[in-house]
Structure formats: C-alpha cells, structure tokens
Design a protein around this ligand. Structure first.
Ligand code: SAM
Ligand code: SF4
Length: 329
C-alpha cells in the first residue's frame, strides 16, 4: 500500500527532483560562471542506473507521482536515455520531466520521448543570440532553438522554458518573450534570481521581484490559473490571444514554501529537504541492494519530520547551496 509522504506542516510530497550529474558544459553567470570543476563539493561518482532505479522505486512506493531529472546538465550523461527508461519502470510515476540547457535536444529528444519522457523544461535566458552567448558562455542559441522545435516535432504538445529574471539583463524584454510565445504552446517561466553562496554580488546587482512582471501581466489582461497537486511552484497566467503561457516562480514571495510539494536527491544520493537546506541525508548506502527498500523508505520518511517550514533566503542564508548545479535548481 502506498503511504503518502507528509511533513510536520501537513505538506504532502508528490514530486521528486533527482539530480543525476553535477557536470555541465555551460557557464551561466548565475550558476557556474567559471564552468564546472570536477571534485568540488562531491568528489564521488554519480548515481548509477541501478541506484536510480532503486531510489525512484522507493519514492514511487511513498507516493511520488512525478520525477524531474536535473543536474548539472542531465543530458551529458551517456546513459541518459537508459536513465529515463529506468524511472519509467515505475507505473506509479506518471510524469517524467527533464530540465536541460537544450544542448542535446535537437539530436536526442525523439529517443528520450520513446524511452518515456513526458515533459521538457529548457533554460533560455535571452532570445538574442549574442546575449544568450554572454549569459551561458556558449554560442548555442540556434542549436537550443532547433532543439525546442525538435521537441514539438517529436510529439511534445507543450514545452516549458525557464528564464532567470535579471534586472537590466532581460527584465525589459517582456514584449520580445511574449511575441515569441504568442503562436507557440510554450510555458515561459520567469524564475527570480536566487542568492547562492557563490552568487551574492550578482544577486545584489540583478535580483528583481517577479511581482513587477505579475502587475504588468494583470494590467495587460493575463489571467491567473489554478495549480494541481504535483505542479511546480509557478504561478501560471494565460491570455486568450496567446498559445503560450507565462509562469512566475517567486521564491522570495511570502508563503512560497507553504505549497512546497517536492523533495530533492542529489547526484551522489543525498536527500535534501529544501533547495536551500542543510547537508542532506545520505541514502546511497541503502541503494545497494533491492532488499534495502524498507529501510530506505523508513529513512526518507524519518528525515521528512525535520523539514523546516520555510527557507531562510530573506536572511541571506543560502544553506550549503554554493550554486544550483549541485542539487539541480
Ligand atoms: N542544466 C540544466 C538547465 O540549466 O536547465 C538543469 C540544471 S539548472 C541548475 C536548473 C535551473 O536552475 C535552470 O533553469 C537554471 O536557470 C536555474 N538556476 C540556476 N541557478 C539559479 C539561480 N541562482 N537563481 C535562479 N535560478 C537558477
Ligand atoms: Fe549549467 Fe544549468 Fe547551471 Fe547553466 S544553469 S551552468 S546550464 S547547470
């Protein structure tokens, strides 16, 4: 029988974000400005296929309905298609999503879909190729755009795009983004820039509240939609003249944590109760054999009783999160 994971604040957890690598080939200014450096926080190998199979099976037994594969850049794993297929073995997991920088989309998206991927988020911070290059350190704008087209061609009816909202970088470009999604079923989600251990200076310079965009959308006749229980934290807005939607992810807004429905497992098998949490609870030793599942379930459920009511970002406390490539944003 499935027992639903619940914490001390009666929040239920339907959604697992699973990081499968820390490696990334981009150098986004707000994440890995100097590029990925092996050995950092985690000088260990990343979860292998059997460990991924076991961890997702256990979360499925605990009521997880949705798994997001993230990183680093998850698609840099050579066995990425096999990872999707391994998660797919769990019938209870109805949604398998990936968050990707889009680098491998054009080449591989059809095969990911065949393996069982149901949803795609692509990170695109600018629709200007030169600015995209400046932000990511990679001259790959056209390749990423071709990847989004390929996702539609492969049969995805909708694609989500993540855009980190940055004052004086892209916050004046709302019209450009809206024109782009007008004919396309893209949910474009502006994410407020979050402060990380390594990104304090950038944060002070470029953080902007998503409320600025929300006011503008409402003024222009956009309508807020309701969310369902395994949805992410985005406030989603639609407009009758647009095929696309706008999402706002505002971790600095009051009560953001009240609707938290997700847990995170890092690429080395640590359970993190919050993106901006503590050192994590080691699960890996219980991922070595199928017979350990009951012990693993107990460890996860036990850890959840320590989940705090909210993050402490407002106090400038970023926990251990030096950058988001470690536990995948
Ligand atoms: N490499 C993949 C990608 O970029 O989509 C997946 C991992 S990335 C860490 C996941 C998401 O976190 C991306 O959409 C990225 O834009 C976002 N992100 C990274 N650092 C951030 C920060 N400091 N503030 C807000 N969002 C951030
Ligand atoms: Fe890589 Fe994603 Fe971080 Fe950009 S946001 S550096 S693509 S992990």
């Amino acid at each position: 029988m499935v027992s639903q994971l619940t914490d001390a604040f009666a929040r239920k957890f339907y959604y697992l974000r699973l990081s499968i690598t820390d490696v990334c080939n981009f150098r986004c200014t707000y994440c890995l400005p100097d590029g990925y450096k092996p050995g950092g926080v985690t000088n260990k190998s990343f979860l292998n296929l059997d460990e991924i199979r076991r961890v997702t099976r256990t979360f499925a037994a605990l009521g997880t309905e949705k798994v997001r594969l993230t990183g680093g850049e998850p698609s840099l794993r050579r066995d990425f298609t096999d990872v999707i297929a391994a998660v797919r073995e769990n019938a209870a997991i109805r949604q398998i999503a990936v968050t990707t920088n889009g680098y491998r989309l054009a080449r591989d998206v059809a095969q990911w879909r065949d393996a069982g991927l149901t949803a795609i988020n692509v990170s695109v911070d600018s629709l200007d190729a030169r600015q995209f290059h400046a932000i990511t350190g990679q001259d790959k704008f056209h390749q990423v755009m071709a990847g989004i087209d390929a996702a539609f061609d492969a049969g995805f009816e909708r694609v989500k795009v993540n855009t980190v909202l940055m004052r004086d970088v892209n916050h004046h470009q709302l019209d450009t983004f809206l024109n782009w999604i007008q004919p396309r079923p893209i949910q474009l989600r502006f994410i407020e820039l979050m402060e990380t251990g390594e990104g304090s200076e950038l944060f002070r310079k470029h953080h902007l509240s998503g409320a600025v965009l929300r006011d503008e959308l409402l003024r222009r006749g956009w309508i807020r939609q309701l969310r369902s229980r395994s949805d992410g934290p985005a406030q989603v807005f639609c407009h009758p003249d647009y095929a696309g939607e706008i999402g706002l992810i505002m971790p600095y807004e009051k009560d953001f944590c009240a609707s938290c429905n997700r847990l995170r497992v890092s690429s080395v098998g640590k359970l993190h109760l919050c993106l901006f949490g503590d050192g994590g609870v080691d699960l890996r030793e219980l991922l070595q054999d199928d017979s350990q599942q009951a012990a693993l379930e107990a460890r996860i459920a036990g850890a959840l009783s320590h989940k705090k009511q909210t993050h402490f970002l407002h106090q400038g406390n970023t926990g251990i999160t030096q950058n988001l490539s470690y536990i995948g944003g």
